[in-house]
Design a protein around this ligand. Structure first.
Ligand code: NAD
Ligand code: GLY
Length: 373
């Protein structure tokens, strides 16, 4: 079993990573909490394969899970769902010594974490991520929250979990499309922050896709977690450096928003955003085309979907310019400057942005990037 320490001091917490870890989840919980009742939040798709495995181990170790099974999906990430969970927590008699466990993907983690952050002014919570995206991204770093009808993740907090239990075995039931979306976030760390991770991904993707059960895959996930951990330790509240994790998200969010969050998976939109940002970086003479080719080759493997009928560049640009990550009215892009390195770039020319959006909205990169010089 791998144990990765995130953060420092009181706010530090371990991430445990292992195949089949859910069977021993209760034992690991015992190191952090006295037994007793807790709220276990999950969704239908996760409950059916993992609900029983998870609760059995917890019961055996003196815990009393109160399980709430939600429908699942982004529509659950609302204040109404949070309200329902507060009611369930009260019904279960949870007090300030109790805790909340999120068993599921990023939706469940963000929502249950938000409930933990606000119930009785904050009680501890545990992340048990079951999607790759949640393992390498949302379960680490303490961003919790819900959506508002006027925007995604508008209501929330920075609230760190007490521990994270990631069982890679759970990825075996994850739909392939969700897996590819999670890989986009994993690749992100290699492209923008950690060249050694990039080279390993490149090497292992040479012939085929990853074998989920392999120790190699476990190591790649661990490195991604470690890389994110370093960033959020330096800048927990995203005042500065943490914004590096927004690589691919500027255009990615615009794509999601222009399609009302019901066409692209988050990781798919980010993958397209990373392709466009990579090309933009070459055009702005920040990134060498040789490095861009390697990055794009990797991202192409994720094969994100082409746009829905009717979506055009103008709509994406409009969404882009109303993006909440505008910095003093300026659009800030994270651009790769070399493999494993990124820079912030304010207000690239509109013509260049339009060109890269146009290109990656409709077509996937071919060899022509190497002609850019
Ligand atoms: P998700 O939680 O909706 O899960 C995706 C789908 O997979 C769901 O249908 C779910 O029921 C199903 N599922 C989950 N685990 C499964 C398993 N092991 N086997 C079979 N099916 C399974 O989506 P996600 O991609 O994990 O997370 C997306 C959410 O995460 C968004 O709301 C996004 O805003 C948020 N997010 C948060 C952060 C953060 O730092 N807090 C970072 C990135 C994304
Ligand atoms: N998902 C980006 C972050 O946690 O900051």
């Amino acid at each position: 079993m791998l144990k990765i320490k995130i953060g420092k001091g009181e706010k530090g917490y371990p991430v445990y990573l292992h195949h089949g870890l859910l069977h021993n989840g209760g034992l690991l919980l015992k190191h952090h909490f006295a037994g007793g009742p807790f709220l276990l939040v999950t969704d239908k798709n996760v409950f059916s394969p993992y609900g029983e495995i998870c609760t059995q181990s917890m019961r055996q170790n003196g815990f009393k899970p109160y399980m709430v099974v939600l429908e699942g999906g982004e529509k659950d990430k609302t204040l109404q769902s949070a309200f329902k969970l507060y009611g369930e927590a009260l019904k279960a008699g949870l007090d300030r010594k109790s805790f909340v466990v999120a068993l599921g993907g990023g939706v469940i983690g963000d929502l249950a974490g938000f409930v933990a952050a606000t119930y009785m002014r904050g009680i501890p919570f545990v992340q048990i991520p079951t999607t790759l995206l949640a393992m390498v991204d949302s379960s680490v770093g303490g961003k919790v929250g819900v959506n508002h009808p006027q925007g995604k993740n508008i209501i929330g907090a920075f609230y760190q979990p007490s521990l994270v239990l990631a069982d890679l075995e759970t990825l075996k039931t994850l739909p392939r499309r969700e897996l590819a979306a999670g890989l986009a976030e994993l690749f992100k760390y290699g492209i923008i922050l950690e060249s050694s991770l990039f080279y390993q991904i490149e090497f292992f993707l040479k012939d085929s896709f990853f074998e989920l059960g392999s120790s190699t895959f476990q190591k790649l996930v661990a490195q991604a977690v470690l890389t994110k951990g370093k960033v959020v330790t330096v800048d927990e509240k995203e005042t500065n450096f943490r914004r590096i994790l927004n690589f691919g998200h500027t255009i990615g969010h615009a794509l999601e928003s222009a399609t009302s969050y019901n066409y692209y998976l988050h990781g798919e939109a980010v993958a397209i955003g990373m392709m466009a940002a990579t090309y933009l970086s070459v055009k702005l003479k920040i990134l060498k085309s040789k490095d861009a080719c390697r990055i794009l080759k990797l991202l192409e493997r994720l094969n994100p979907p082409l746009p829905p009928a009717g979506l055009n560049t103008a709509e994406v640009l409009q969404a882009l310019y109303s993006d909440k990550k505008k910095d003093s009215g300026k659009l800030v892009f994270v651009l790769p400057s070399a493999i494993g390195k990124g820079v912030f770039y304010k207000s690239p020319p509109l013509a260049e942005i339009r060109e890269v959006v146009e290109k990656y909205l409709y077509q996937r990169p071919g060899n022509e990037i190497s002609d850019l010089g």
